[in-house]
Design a protein around this ligand. Sequence first.
Ligand code: AMP
Length: 393
Amino acid sequence: MKNILVVNAGSSSIKFQIIQMPQEKVLTNASIEKIGEIDSIFKMKTPELNIKNIFPVKSHEDALNYFLQQLIENKVLNDLSEINVCGHRIAHGGEYFRDSVIIDSDVSDKIEKLCQLAPLHNKVNLSCYQILNVLLKDIIHVAVFDTSFHQDISKEIYTYAIPYKYYEKYNIRKYGFHGTSHKYVSLITSEILGAKNSEKIIVCHLGNGASISAIKNGVCINTSMGLSPLGGIIMGTRSGNLDPSIIEFIMNNDDKSIEDVLSILNKESGLLGISSKSNDMRELLNSTDKQSVLAINMYCRKVSDYIGAYFMHLGGLDAIVFTAGVGENSAYIREKIISNIKEATNTIIDNDLNENGSKDRIISSKESNVKVLVISTNEEVMIAKDSYRLSLI
Ligand code: AMP
């Protein structure tokens, strides 16, 4: 039995779990949000405790120190030496990493080099590793990359139709993200349906960030995000794929810099941009104004377009799986997406199964040609699984 500390660091927050492996028992689930502000929020849950403290946390280093101290103070662990392995979610593994890997100086150099492709995230991920490598002595640290599950995608899929020198010089290509979620959900699908009935699946990770993957016999063959998580389908605040000439048009006509336009595409577009109301699907679903309805219709149409394209690419389809915030919680959105492909694919939802039930489940009817499932994603468990596996080698 090993205790795995799972660390998922973002630019202003860190999420933590301690997971006992191989039994996948979660000892605690904690987070620190708004790092660098005066009202940072620390939350920690165990089977016995539910803590929330608001106070200033200056830096990621302070956040990590505070979390480790709280682990002992709240008796989650008796001593930090009870942490056996630390698994880090790393945003970008570039072309270096096809799988999770134990971090050594070579790996950490490569993660640093990849800061060019994911400047905000890789930098923070790496610095959390460096700090914890000092605080937690003599343990293995494992890097689990958001991109590595997509590294089997073929060249004809990952290459952009721009001068090839930009791939050769700068590695500009499709990488894909949310790989840990797509991998986890595809493994659970295979457990539920059996390997023979889940050879060709499409995973729709529909959260605030959203992406779709085509997975054949456990291997990802296509995914919607690209060089960065801005590409692909419509998201909460991100535009997804666009005609690139829109960028120049907005710059010239609205007097914006390239940074301004990229900020608009990342933070003011998607559901928020179309509705002018919210990036939260719940708010749009509760609204009847025409822009909210348009945003929802565009969102569902874009997802079903990808399902259609990936159906062709897979050469058939055993299952469509919905996961993440919207995918797991909105029966309406699931039904609407499937209704767009019903005629062409004879995929039929069972309304009762779609609307009722909270656990991982099949929601298609017996007559459906394609199974439809809802599965709760769990990136932390996937990170713990990979960390445990590598710690045994
Ligand atoms: P995630 O990024 O996976 O945490 O997903 C967050 C998003 O899920 C939120 O921004 C909401 O838009 C969406 N969401 C959560 N609960 C619901 C729900 N019951 N119905 C529709 N959307 C939801």
